[in-house]
Design a protein around this ligand. Structure first.
Ligand code: NAP
Length: 256
């Protein structure tokens, strides 16, 4: 039997893209999955498709930047599916307000845009961790995966400084929490994807995505499923002694 069978997983930004693939991979492995997305229609559609495949799933709509909405969503998951053992912090944004799918340079970046990126990409992860960790500590086990980016590890000319800063901070957040939560049997790791073919990626200028593909030793863009299989490993029993790590899923792009 899969080590995911019957476990309750909450995946944020699960309505599409990488989050959808990670949530679907967990439900296919037998987990009970809460699909949380900002967009209620996307969350409903994804959870309904999982249910049609015979999986136990529920849809939730919340903005991860809203701590109270996150706390309420986690309470609903625990009531409906059971205590949350797996959290995947995936919801994220990468505004390209420079026009033509390009980032804004720092001198044009508006403070509101900076704040929103930090609120969603970094504080969103904090809000979810804060909401689920008390239950995981009671259980004496838990698995948390944060979706960072290679742009959080090294310079990447596609993204804005707000995005790079938020993803680098998620790595520090992951390492610190691995130390803090390890004694309670909770592992926490980060995944740093390269260019992955999703709606977010398609928001970048096509020539930038093509340049990334050509600069990738494996000469292709990643798929959401490439990231999902790493995530499924990190939340499985096979990764029981892995914590505080940053795992690149990038085809060798921007090797650090
Ligand atoms: P995506 O296609 O844009 O999907 C992201 C999902 O998250 C959307 O359904 C979006 O819903 C939801 N979301 C956004 N803000 C949210 C919020 N505040 N609260 C709840 N849900 C929210 O993006 P993706 O490419 O799959 O990216 C997923 C994660 O991987 C992100 O953290 C991203 O930074 C990271 N990543 C992606 C790549 C890549 O090349 N694609 C590379 C490295 C890292 P709405 O649109 O309705 O807001």
């Amino acid at each position: 039997m899969s080590s995911h069978a019957g476990r309750v997983a909450l995946v944020t930004g699960a309505g599409r893209g990488i989050g959808r693939a990670m949530a679907d991979a967990h439900s296919a492995a037998g987990a009970k999955v809460a699909y949380l997305d900002h967009d209620p229609a996307l969350a409903e559609e994804a959870a309904a498709a999982a249910k049609q495949r015979g999986c136990e799933a529920m849809a939730l709509s919340a903005d991860v930047a809203d701590d109270q909405a996150v706390a309420e969503a986690c309470r609903r998951v625990s009531e409906t599916l059971g205590p949350i053992e797996i959290l995947v912090n995936n919801a994220g944004i990468s505004p390209k307000s420079g026009g033509d799918g390009k980032r804004s340079p720092v001198w044009d970046m508006q403070p509101d845009e900076w704040r929103r990126v930090i609120d969603v990409n970094l504080t969103g992860g904090f809000n979810c961790v804060r909401a689920v960790v008390p239950g995981m500590r009671e259980l004496g086990r838990g698995r948390i995966v944060n979706i960072s980016s290679v742009a959080g590890r090294t310079y990447c000319d596609i993204v804005g400084v707000h995005y790079a800063a938020s993803k680098a901070a998620l790595i520090g957040f992951t390492k610190h929490l691995a130390g803090e939560l390890g004694p309670d049997g909770i592992t926490i790791n980060a995944i740093a994807p390269g260019r992955i073919d999703t709606p977010l990626m398609r928001g970048s200028a096509p020539e930038a995505n093509e340049a990334a593909r050509l600069a990738t030793p494996l000469r292709r863009l990643g798929s959401p499923e490439d990231v999902a299989s790493m995530c499924l490993f990190l939340t499985s029993d096979g990764a029981a002694f892995v914590t505080g790590q940053v795992c690149d899923v990038a085809g060798g792009w921007l090797l650090t």
